[in-house]
Design a protein around this ligand. Structure first.
Ligand code: AMP
Length: 355
């Protein structure tokens, strides 16, 4: 167990790192951000920052020497960097979680091996393989790069066979999978945290609404169909965390279909669909992640309200800040990003029935 006053290294400088650093500070820990960009949302609120590329071996070595433990705020961190750090300092979550979560194909195979159901899918390594995959999976379908996809990036929809060339070009001809279109009623996520002693807590399940491939809202309680499928999804996500030996928060996204839950993807980290836990739960996803990483016991995840809604402020949405800041029922979180580009997550707002 690391004592308060210890330093937590965080790979990545985005809003997740910012909210982790704030939670760590409340518990008396300091954070050291490692990120290639200048003036990141996380470094604004952290004690120390190293600005360097993830491939910079000398910077990684100095970072490892300056921190007591390392965690990450996004999963597309270079695996070689993580391996190098892990030879000097504990890294949570570890290499196994990253290997599975960074590759859509590995992720699907892993979850199917554990008995979970996914969309129908096929491996696509070439333009010819895409035709074979379309024949196998059927249309409509979504072509997704195996690596480095997020917020709908690295994806192309194929509605008719004539779209295949354009879709292959749109993802840059990278190794991919083709996924059959899932006719879902709702999307939801299981957010859990696994401690160093192997104990797991999970939060109540929100229903998530996406617009243009980006999360728009997370709401609790979810509709009846999601409530009916939550236990099965939670069980699968817990098994995934155990089999990965995962430490920290892990999020599993699901489609709620008429015939049961279908697994979509995992994120080996705190997640946008868990931001409501800051006000809406007895313990936030950020606090429990910090607790897991430093080896403290995890805290309970009970709801603080009968109805909770988190809304993302994307791009120009943030221009509405004067109204939001004046609304006594709105818990406003802004990430300190200077430029409101379209599709950029600028902040979020949480509203609860009892507030
Ligand atoms: P992902 O990056 O895989 O989470 O995809 C982003 C969003 O696209 C999801 O949250 C869904 O709204 C939608 N989506 C992804 N895959 C599928 C699918 N196989 N069928 C239907 N919608 C999908």
């Amino acid at each position: 167990m690391l004592a308060p006053g210890s330093t937590i290294g965080i790979l990545g400088g985005g809003q997740m790192g910012r909210m982790l650093a704030l939670a760590a500070a409340e518990l008396g820990y300091r954070c050291h951000i490692f990120a290639p960009e200048a003036d990141t949302p996380a470094s604004e609120v952290a004690a120390f920052t190293t600005r360097a590329e993830y491939g910079d071996a000398a910077a990684l070595k100095a970072f490892a020497a300056a921190v007591d433990v390392v965690t990450l705020e996004w999963e597309n961190v270079d695996r070689e960097a993580v391996r190098q750090l892990a030879s000097h300092v504990p890294v949570h979550p570890g290499a196994h979680s990253l290997e599975v979560a960074q590759d859509r194909m590995a992720e699907k195979q892993f979850v199917e091996w554990l008995g979970g159901r996914t969309a129908t899918w096929a491996q696509v390594d070439s333009r010819e393989a895409l035709d074979a995959a379309i024949a196998q999976v059927g249309l409509p379908a979504i072509l997704k790069t195996r690596r480095f996809g997020y917020d709908g990036k690295g994806q192309a929809r194929i509605m008719a066979a004539g779209d295949a060339d354009a879709a292959w070009a749109a993802i840059g001809g990278q190794p991919a999978i083709l996924e059959g279109f899932v006719n879902f009623a709702h999307e939801f996520s299981v957010i859990l945290c696994r401690g160093q002693d192997g104990s797991i807590v999970n939060w109540p399940v929100p229903v998530n609404l996406h617009k243009g491939g980006i999360l728009a809202t997370s709401t609790l309680p979810p509709p009846a169909l999601v409530r009916a499928q939550a236990a099965e999804a939670v069980q699968l996500a817990r098994t995934v965390a155990e089999k990965l030996g995962h430490i920290g928060v892990l999020t599993a996204e699901f489609f709620a279909c008429k015939d049961g839950p279908r697994f979509n993807e995992i994120a080996p980290r705190v997640h946008n669909s868990g931001h409501w836990t800051i006000e809406g739960s007895a313990t936030s996803q950020f606090e429990n992640h910090v607790r897991a990483v430093v080896g403290l016991p995890l805290r309970p995840t009970a709801l603080m309200s009968s109805r909770i809604e988190m809304t993302n402020l994307i791009g120009d949405d943030v221009a509405d800040w004067p109204r939001l800041m004046a609304d006594p029922t709105a818990h406003v979180h802004l990430y300190g990003k200077a430029e409101a580009r379209p599709g950029r997550k600028m902040g979020h707002v949480c509203v609860m029935a009892d507030s």
